[in-house]
Every structure is written in structure tokens, then in C-alpha cells.
Design a protein around this ligand. Structure first.
Ligand code: SF4
Length: 726
């Protein structure tokens, strides 16, 4: 696991380049998918093809083998990396090849083909520009699509000038790419074997789709007489027609291009003649066509992943990198921290857990905060945060359990096995909050003493630079129990869900929500209901979260039956009701709660749309406000409701567009991640410090966003509902 020092160094040396490039990819993705007639339908189509392909994988592999052999090629099904490398080495040896030219392939990285061939005395040349830069620099890729994304033009110029000592120092992007093209062109001409990956392979014909930015894959196999393609078995799709959806999606999702610069559909061995580049007098049509093709289909753990209910979804991945680009933490540290042996970014946990094992996934799994910003970005709809949560749970269970007294006492959870102390503490925050409120203000004073902070830093690894939440003595539930409803003839009836933070810490926003709802004619109740389970789920404590989910639905079901809507303030709890409970509850219980629950500003918007009197809310004449919506809110498409309500009340709203505030629940409190959390937050701080926004009051929907903004800015942020009370 990267230490705080290592993360700090990556932020310093690679963060700026990674952030600039990934954000540019995201901007391109937003613009490019907006041009599609029905982006969501295209994603659903792609997902359905992958689901079908993985379901029928054994049958498709047989069909593919037949098709390739009928074309005159050879198929080798490799059990693991060693098996695949032995086969590749044998083909290269049989060909008497001295040089292999290679296009970019994550599967070949996974196998470590280069090392295997170089160990046999073969010269291996990467022909993708980014991969070649890294080969020259002897570095590992930091991104699955743009491997040298962490390197600036200046750094590449310095590297080339030092390594190749050109007549004139190289400086501009044009000079660097021209130099690379000429150098690589010469090496390709001298090679005997072209080695590629495959983005997709159609079982019906053996046709493979190769998408590249430089055309180097096609050039490498056209210029050599022996083609070897290594591909994971999950790359197989049923038909050539199926390739269309993926070609439409992969460039848009990854680099924000409507279509990747080069899309090659090859059905090897192709009949195109192999050209002798030394001979510039013979017409191309007169060269011989005597080509060999070897397709190495790699299992390497994929069969087990296919049989695993949770890791199976990883096999739908088309390796577009959208989950990396949309991840705020990835933007700061890149794949050299947020990645394993081969794969990086959000989905890397699934790949590394399946291929290398849990210990490799454990190295970086905690960098996923579960913010869900990747969920909508994924072109095949993989629930990446859920895979990360399940793997976190499995990693926890491999560890030694903390002392029994702690588990049975302060940590009343459902984890029989070893979730570590820090995770138990954050996962059981409901217990801490209840204790904190019951003993406030003493608890707040005590938690802020030097001794307590030292204790928490030492044993719980909570960063002392963070302000801890201050608990209210009177909870929202207690406050509400002492009052009468002010609505005589209600338009609607609702439960305001007393989430953990609104009930114990941000009580004022809960009171504001009650008053706003009552002003709009809603009869409100605030019953005691258990916390949603978001806290344990974020720590990978799935059994505990499942227990919470069961108790929450049990407590809310009678109210729903009684005709009440469920209104939620905290976006991450609302997201539990709308997304994660689907994984934790039976279908009917999940559907009932999901269908009857609303985020607070979504609910207010609905009331206003259905005739509620907007004049009952506080209005402003020419107010302006800076608004940061919570990650989960954006994933669920809720941001527009808050903006619309604030605009209805007269506000000019400046909305942030950064991926995340950086706090992400407990993440920003953890000592190893404090600086990363602040680096991510810095992007939000910059947006809210621009001219015209600098003076505006700030509102944010999530508790952790409020805490982070409080730390980043000198303006005390509030929840948007607090602006609406008269
Ligand atoms: S998980 Fe989805 S977004 Fe991430 S690389 Fe795979 S296909 Fe792309």
C-alpha cells in the first residue's frame, strides 16, 4: 500500500500531468457522448453483448477456434502467464526471429511477455508512442489507455535527448513524434514478428478489432510475416456486427474521441503480401503472401472470475479507462499508486483480485472511496464501486481480528473476521455518534484534547490536522419528539429520515428540512430509525451493512404502508436506498423503499411542480450562491433539482464541476490519505475562489463535502435547504 510519503511524491511529480490529461479526456467524453442519439441505449446494447458473451464463453471459444483454424491460423488456449509465454517464445524461436515489434496490449503487460522474450535473447520493441517512451525510460504504465500520461512533453524531450543524443535537441511535440515515428519505422521494417493484443474478437469469423491512436498495430502486423495476438478470453464477442457498439463507445469513453484514430478489423492470416522494404522496384502485388497467425487466448484466472458472482462483472470491461479518468483520486496520484501489477484505476481492483490475488488488490483498494463517479462513465455499466467493496470485505476477512472486547463492545458489528481497527471504528460510527451526543459537550471537548488526538492518530490513524465532527446534545429525533406538527390539512405526509449526521451532528439542517417541508404543506414525522449502513459498507463491512439495511427497511415499512414518503437529506444515505440496498436486500424490500424515497431538494422540487406555494420559502432578490453537489447526487442525476429550487428562490447558482470534494466520508480523516484528500479538494477550492464566485456563500449537500469545504475555504458552508427557511 502506498504510504502517505509515496502518495505525496506522486502528487508532486506526476499529479499535474495526470490531472490535466484525465480531465481533458473527461471533457472530450462529455462532449462526444452528447452527440450520440441515445448514449444510454448504446451502453445497454454493449452490456447485453458482454453478458451474453461471458455466459456463452466456452461455446464461443470453440466457435472462434474453428473459425481461426479454417482461416489458416492457430489457436492456443493458455492456462496462465507462464503457459502463454512459453507458447509465444516457441513461435518466435521457430520463426528464428531476432526482433518482435509489439503494439499496445494490457494482456501482454499482464503476462510480462517482453521480459519472457528478452530473456530468450529477442529484441522487443514497443511501437505505441506512450509504451515506447516508457520502454526507453524503463518505467511502468500509469494508465491503461495512455500509459505515459504522467509524463510531460518536457520530461519526454529530456529523456529522448539524453538517451538518443540527436543532432539537434528535440523540443516540440511535433519534433518528438517525428523522431519516434522515424525510429520506430526503421525497427518495424527489420522485425520478423508482429505481436498485438485485441480489443475485441468476433467468434463467428475470427475477425479482431484493434483500435489505436497511431496505426502502429496494423503496421506491425502488415510489415512482418508472423503475427501473434495475445488476448484474454473475455475479449470474445459473438459476431462481427457486435463490434459496432464497442467501436462507437471505446474511443468516446476513454479519450473523448468520436472514434479512435485507427480502427483495424483484421481476419488473420491476411492475404496482403509481405513487402520487402529494401526492394523499391518490385510492385507490391508481386510480393509473396506467406503469413502465419497465432492467437493466444489467455485464461490466467478468468474462468474463476467468471464463476465468481461478484468478479464476473469485471470480465465485461472493455478497458476504456473512463473509470480512471472520472476518479478524483486517480487524477491526483495516477496508476502508479492507484493500480496493481498491471491494471490501474477503479476496475483494477477486480482485475488484480481475479488475476493476481487479494494481496495485490489490497495494495490500492482503499483508494476507491465508493463515490460512484465512475458508474455512469462506464460504457458497459459495471458497478465498479460494488466490486471494490466486495473485494475490500474479502481483504478484511484475511486479516487478524482485533481484540474481542473491542469487537463485542465498542464495535457491535456483524463482522466475525478481521476488519482492522480503523475500519471497525469508522464502520461503527453510529455507536460513536450516539455516545458523542449523549455526553456532549464533554465528548467534543475531550475529543479535541491533545491526548485524544494523539491516541486517535496512533491507534486509529486519524489525521490530527482534521477537525472532528462536533456532536449535538439534542439529536434531531429528540428535538422533533417535543414538538407538534404545524400542518393542519397536509397535502402530503412524509418521514424525514434521521440519517446519522443530520441526527447527531448537522441537526440544524434537519430542523430546516422539517420547517421547509411543513411550510410547503407536508405533515412530517422524524422517528428513530437505524443508520443506513453506509458507514460500514464504505469500510467493506458488507455483513454489517446488510444488517443495517434490514433494520432500516423494517423500521420504515410501516410508514410507507401508511402512505408516507421517505425524505432523505444525506445524499450518501439516499444512494444506499436507491442503489446499494439492491445488493443487500431482497428485491421487493429494495423496490418498496427505492420507489418511495426522495432526496430532500428533489422532493421540494416535486412539491413546487405539483402546486405547492413557492412564496412559503425564503426568497432573495439578487442572491448568488456557489453550490457543490455530492458525488452520489450527481451519479443519481439529482443536482438539477437543487439548482432549480435555488433558482426558483431567486439565486444565481454557480455549480462546481470537479469530480469530488476529496473528503468522501471517512477517507479524508485517514492519516495516509489526508494530503491526497486535500489535493483533490484543492480543485474545488480553486473553482470557488475564482472572480465572481469568491464572495458568494457556499452550499453543499453532503456532510463530508460540508466538512471539506469548511477546511478549504474561510466561508462556512451550509446545506441548500437552510437557505429556504423563512
Ligand atoms: S470498468 Fe468500465 S469504465 Fe473502467 S475501463 Fe472497464 S469498461 Fe472502461
Amino acid at each position: 500500500m502506498a504510504t502517505a510519503d509515496e502518495l505525496r511524491e506522486l502528487i508532486r511529480t506526476e499529479g499535474a500531468a495526470v490531472a490535466t490529461n484525465t480531465q481533458a479526456f473527461n471533457d472530450g467524453r462529455y462532449a462526444s457522448v452528447a452527440d450520440l442519439e441515445d448514449y444510454e441505449e448504446l451502453k445497454r446494447e454493449a452490456r447485453a453483448i458482454k453478458e451474453d458473451a461471458i455466459e456463452r464463453l466456452p461455446e464461443l471459444l470453440e466457435q472462434l477456434t474453428t473459425a481461426v483454424e479454417e482461416n489458416g491460423g492457430t489457436v492456443y488456449l493458455a492456462d496462465d502467464a507462464a503457459d502463454a509465454n512459453d507458447y509465444v517464445r516457441s513461435v518466435v524461436a521457430d520463426r528464428n526471429a531476432n526482433r518482435v515489434v509489439k503494439s499496445k496490449s494490457m494482456t501482454s503487460e499482464e503476462l510480462e511477455v517482453n521480459a519472457a522474450l528478452e530473456g530468450a535473447g529477442v529484441d522487443v520493441v514497443e511501437t505505441d508512442l506512450g509504451e515506447w517512451v516508457l520502454q526507453v525510460a524503463d518505467e511502468a504504465p500509469s494508465h491503461i489507455v495512455a500509459p505515459a500520461i504522467h509524463k510531460s512533453r518536457d520530461a519526454i524531450a529530456a529523456l529522448f535527448n539524453e538517451r538518443f543524443d540527436p543532432d539537434e535537441p528535440l523540443e516540440t511535440a511535433e519534433e518528438l513524434t517525428r523522431f519516434a515515428r522515424e525510429t520506430l519505422g526503421e525497427r518495424i521494417v527489420d522485425a520478423e514478428v508482429g505481436l498485438t493484443g485485441a480489443n475485441f474478437i468476433a467468434a463467428e469469423t475470427g475477425t479482431m478489432a484493434l483500435v489505436t491512436s497511431e496505426g502502429n498495430a496494423r503496421k506491425s502486423v502488415a510489415a512482418t510475416d508472423t503475427q501473434i495476438t495475445v488476448a484474454g478470453v473475455e475479449k470474445v464477442v459473438p459476431t462481427v456486427a457486435d463490434l459496432q457498439s464497442f467501436v462507437e463507445l471505446i474511443g468516446r469513453s476513454g479519450t473523448g474521441q468520436d472514434i479512435t484514430s485507427y480502427v483495424s478489423l483484421l481476419t488473420p492470416p491476411v492475404e496482403t503480401p509481405v513487402v520487402d522494404f529494401e526492394d523499391d522496384t518490385t510492385p507490391i502485388s508481386e510480393f509473396e503472401s506467406d503469413r502465419e497467425f497465432h492467437l493466444v487466448l489467455v485464461d490466467n484466472g478468468r474462468t474463476e472470475m467468471r464463476e465468481d458472482d461478484h468478479l464476473r462483472e469485471t470480465l465485461y470491461c472493455i478497458r476504456c479507462s473512463a473509470c480512471s479518468n472520472s476518479c478524483a483520486n486517480f487524477q491526483s496520484v495516477g496508476g502508479h499508486a492507484f493500480g496493481g501489477e498491471t491494471y490501474s484505476g477503479g476496475i483494477a481492483t477486480g482485475w488484480e483480485a481475479g488475476i493476481e490475488g487479494l494481496d495485490v488488490a489490497a495494495e490500492f483498494n482503499d483508494l476507491c472511496t465508493g463515490c460512484t463517479r465512475c458508474v455512469n462513465a462506464c460504457p458497459v455499466g459495471i458497478d465498479i464501486p460494488w466490486i471494490n467493496t466486495v473485494v475490500r470485505d474479502r481483504i478484511n476477512r484475511e486479516k487478524d481480528a482485533p481484540a474481542d472486547w473491542l469487537v463485542d463492545g465498542l464495535s457491535p458489528d456483524e463482522e466475525d473476521e478481521g476488519a482492522p481497527l480503523q475500519k471497525r471504528f469508522f464502520g461503527n460510527f453510529e455507536t460513536v455518534a450516539k455516545l458523542g451526543s449523549a455526553t456532549a459537550p464533554v465528548s467534543n471537548w475531550l475529543a479535541d484534547t491533545t491526548v485524544s488526538r494523539q491516541f486517535m492518530a496512533r491507534f486509529l490513524e486519524i489525521d490530527p490536522r482534521r477537525d472532528l465532527p462536533a456532536f449535538e446534545r439534542e439529536t434531531l429525533v429528540d428535538w422533533f419528539a417535543d414538538r407538534e406538527s404545524t400542518v393542519a390539512d397536509p397535502e402530503r405526509r412524509a418521514v424525514l429520515y434521521p440519517d446519522l449526521y443530520t441526527n447527531h451532528v448537522q441537526v440544524d439542517r434537519g430542523k430546516a428540512a422539517v420547517r421547509v417541508l411543513e411550510a410547503l404543506g407536508v405533515d412530517v414525522v422524524v422517528p428513530p430509525v437505524p443508520s443506513s449502513g453506509r458507514a460500514p459498507l464504505s469500510q467493506g463491512m458488507v455483513a454489517t451493512a446488510t444488517d443495517h439495511a434490514g433494520r432500516v427497511t423494517e423500521a420504515l415499512a410501516p410508514h410507507i404502508e401508511d402512505g408516507r414518503d421517505i425524505v432523505v437529506i444525506e445524499p450518501s444515505d439516499y444512494a444506499m436506498f436507491q442503489r446499494e440496498y439492491e445488493k443487500l436486500l431482497d428485491g421487493a424490500a429494495f423496490a418498496e423503499l427505492a420507489e418511495n424515497s426522495y432526496e430532500i431538494l428533489e422532493y421540494v422540487y416535486g412539491l413546487l411542480e405539483n402546486g405547492a406555494d413557492a412564496s412559503a420559502l425564503a426568497a432573495t432578490e439578487d442572491g448568488a450562491v456557489a453550490y457543490h453537489s455530492h458525488c452520489q447526487q450527481r451519479t443519481l442525476g439529482l443536482e438539477p433539482y437543487t439548482v432549480a429550487v435555488l433558482e426558483e428562490c431567486g439565486y444565481d447558482v454557480a455549480t462546481s464541476d470537479v469530480e469530488c470534494c476529496g473528503m468522501a466520508g471517512s477517507f479524508g480523516y485517514k492519516s495516509e490519505y489526508y494530503e491526497l484528500s486535500m489535493d483533490v479538494g484543492d480543485r474545488l477550492r480553486e473553482q470557488f475562489q475564482t472572480d465572481g464566485v469568491r464572495e458568494q456563500p457556499v452550499v453543499a449537500s453532503g456532510t463530508s463535502c460540508l466538512e471539506q469545504i469548511d477546511a478549504l475555504l474561510e466561508r462556512q458552508p451550509r446545506h441548500p435547504v437552510e437557505l429556504l427557511i423563512t
